[in-house]
Design a protein around this ligand. Structure first.
Ligand code: ADP
Ligand code: ADP
Length: 220
């Protein structure tokens, strides 16, 4: 089944110095169980696309449907609720609260929609290789550790869709493999995963690779 569909997305940015067309007619679908690798050089529009897919940003043209629904048409509160339940998001800006430990950051999204399940918290921390860092604060983490902590937060509510920007940046090969194994397990239960990545290892593991270039999408 199709979980997420983007139709003909355009996104302009106007600043005093320049006008950028960050997305130029991007269409894509994300189906149950897929792992899609989104590749492309820096500045090609990957972050902008992820933000639009997550309905954290509103495109200037085109639209996005999550389970056949346009989230941008809902009220702020309703959109936030649907997103919290259905879409796990890890953007470059991160999703960690600096005043909370890694474990408490993972508990937080669970608490927003119910109770933290300690078994799930422990399993997630182990899955992303941060069990021994569970009591650390985000400021004490390396870039790669912060990305993995953010990944655990994004997965906390077992979303139907995961959208992640460079979740395996700055990690060693063993940890990357561990994360891919985690992705495989989630895919088996139907989760669709879209990751912006520079990792050719991850790309080889993906069900599809798509390339962004100057805001245009090339499907392989
Ligand atoms: P990527 O994630 O592939 O590096 P981005 O989506 O961050 O690419 O950026 C795509 C283009 O849009 C770049 O030229 C970038 O400078 C521009 N851009 C992104 N966000 C903004 C913004 N908030 N204001 C102005 N320009 C932006
Ligand atoms: P593992 O994936 O290590 O085999 P489990 O099979 O216990 O661990 O659970 C898989 C993952 O699914 C957990 O890491 C957890 O994040 C998530 N999960 C399972 N049940 C729930 C739930 N009720 N609420 C939130 N997340 C859940």
């Amino acid at each position: 089944a199709c979980l997420l569909e983007a139709m003909d997305l355009y996104r302009f940015f106007h600043t005093q110095e320049s006008e950028t067309l960050a997305l130029r007619g991007v269409s894509l679908t994300l189906r149950e169980g897929e792992l899609v690798a989104l590749m492309g050089p820096s500045g090609s529009g990957k972050s902008t696309l992820l933000a639009c897919l997550a309905s954290l940003d509103v495109p200037d043209g085109g639209h996005v449907e999550f389970l056949g629904m346009r989230l941008t048409r809902l009220s702020d509160a309703e959109r936030a609720r649907r997103r919290a339940q259905g879409i796990g998001i890890l953007l470059q800006s991160g999703n960690l609260f600096s005043g909370l430990t890694v474990a408490d950051n993972v508990r937080l999204p669970m608490r927003l929609i119910g109770q933290a399940n300690e078994k799930c918290v422990d399993a997630l921390l182990a899955d992303v290789g941060l069990w021994d860092r569970r009591h650390a604060y985000p400021g004490q983490l390396s870039g790669g550790e912060a990305a993995r902590a953010g990944l655990a937060v994004a997965l906390a509510n077992a979303p139907q869709i995961l959208l992640a920007d460079e979740p395996t940046g700055e990690v060693d090969a063993e940890t990357e493999l561990r994360i891919l194994t985690l992705f495989d397990r989630r895919r088996e239960s139907g989760m669709a995963i879209l990751v912006a990545t520079h990792s050719t290892f991850l790309a080889r593991h993906a069900s599809r690779v798509i390339q962004l270039r100057d805001g245009r999408l090339h499907h392989d």
